[in-house]
Design a protein around this ligand. Structure first.
Ligand SMILES: C[S@@+](CC[C@H](N)C(=O)[O-])C[C@H]1O[C@@H](n2cnc3c(N)ncnc32)[C@H](O)[C@@H]1O
Length: 210
């Protein structure tokens, strides 16, 4: 996984352009409403989405790819980029008020998706807010490649993607207090000129109160 992402960031640079996702603006609004101060961003890439969060919040960004981290530290010098796998993040004394996680969750098989969610929720304080996005089962790539688990496909060589229905997404977060789910479409123009529209889902909620 690390090698795949390093190669991509090295050859394509700011792969998804300079504009943040509309979900980053949405999350920012919600975080402001909830008086959030600290935000954890797992799988932050080169900081496309952290940059509009770090102008207000204190952001720690966890990123696997060393190449992405080099780009990110130039792109967003206010966030603190930590080069490591989210799975190696130890539960430290540092707890966050919110987690924003864009398009990382769908990259894993079920056992790792569960681990990722748990890891993120563990890092939140009792009333912490989470906001995740992921591929939708309405995306055009759904069903392409070998199905390795239900609705999880090796859709590119060595790269998995899980495609979520709304119920499936809610089920992943069933231990939490889900506030809202929704769908959106995002368009990207890649460095080779290819244009791709992605159908995504988002979910946000509150870590269940004890
Ligand atoms: C689809 S990209 C999304 C990047 C970023 N969220 C954005 O929108 O620009 C997934 C990112 O997650 C990173 N990643 C993959 N596995 C990871 C892991 N186990 N821990 C932390 N980051 C990871 C990749 O290197 C890549 O930057």
């Amino acid at each position: 996984m690390k090698e795949y992402w390093n190669k991509r960031f090295m050859s394509e640079g700011l792969i998804w352009g300079e504009q943040p996702s509309e979900t980053a603006y949405h999350a920012k609004e919600l975080f402001l409403m909830h008086h959030i101060r600290t935000v954890l961003v797992p799988g932050a890439g080169y900081g496309r989405n952290t940059k509009i969060l770090s102008d207000i919040f204190e952001v720690d960004a966890i990123e696997l790819s060393s190449e992405a981290v080099i780009l990110a530290r130039q792109w967003d010098d206010r966030s603190c980029f930590i080069e490591k796998s989210i799975f190696d993040l130890s539960v430290t004394n540092k707890q966050y008020d919110a987690v924003y996680c864009y398009d990382l969750l769908h990259l894993f098989t079920n056992i790792d998706r569960e681990k990722l969610i748990l890891k993120c929720i563990e890092q939140l304080g009792q009333e912490g807010i989470y906001y995740f996005t992921c591929f939708s089962d309405e995306d055009s790539a759904f069903g392409k490649g070998m199905e390795v688990e239900k609705n999880t496909f090796e859709y590119k060589n060595g790269k998995l993607a899980h495609f979520f229905s709304e119920d499936d997404l809610k089920n992943h977060f069933k231990e939490t207090n889900i506030i809202e789910t929704g769908s959106l479409q995002e368009n990207f123009e890649y460095s080779n000129g290819a244009i791709r529209t992605y159908k995504l889902r988002y979910i946000y909620g509150i870590k269940r109160l004890a």
